[in-house]
Design a protein around this ligand. Sequence first.
Ligand SMILES: [Zn+2]
Ligand SMILES: [Zn+2]
Length: 274
Amino acid sequence: MNNETCIHGGISPVSLLESLHHSQGGSGRHRCPTCAFEEGFIVGSSGKWKSYDDYSLSIIDPEKCPQGSIAPSIVLKNLGENQGGAGRHKCTNCAFKQGFEVAILENNIDNIQLVLVKAPSVKITKKKRRFSPSKNIDFIEKELKNKHLGLLGELLVLHTEKKYLCDNNRPDLAEKVEHTSVVRGDGAGYDILSFNLKDEEKYIEVKTTRSNISRPFYLTSNEIEYSKLNNDNYFLYRLFDFDTNLNVGKYYKVQGDLYTKLNLEPILYLATPK
Ligand SMILES: [Zn+2]
Ligand SMILES: [Zn+2]
């Protein structure tokens, strides 16, 4: 697993630690986000609260980080010191919240309603390029901050795939379903390795937002190239209207070469001087 064990023996996914924003303030300053993740997970697993929103209202000593994640001051103060690894100087409030939400999802995963809908067809009209760099950057930042929502979406798809295989008398295949982005890290070109009932591999990329069906989403060139090379076995699952409080969400599927199946606009290049 691509997890990190902190010096206190706590375990959390590296990709989550990396996605946390820096924070040098509050009671969680220089404390261990891995332990914060675990603390959040333990509280969330208790089953006392239906959602993080519910829980955060009940905290008697709430402390808020700049991104609005609330955690109990007493918990933050009691975390061990941590000055190393991917979680160095990262926000413990956000780590706590993420642990909490992963636990809530795992507790409720059988009750979450994921409804499959038809993929919309969007006609793009060629318009003159408008330069609005700040707008684009805001958009990218928001998506990146949403990494933990992405993990929740992946966990949900993982569960749905396993359940489908078990319901169709293939527990052997369900056993082999892999959370690739966690086990092998980002960059594989897909998030989940699953199977169809003919024993063929399925590569699933999951894109999750809380917003509606028409919201554009980001893909890496890796993901698009992988879809081209594995045309027949590649699936994009687009989760939207995802509400972790109500346990509902919708999704549509796009199968095959994403170069031909999607409208794509390049907005980031990796550059070096020559
Ligand atoms: Zn720790
Ligand atoms: Zn934070």
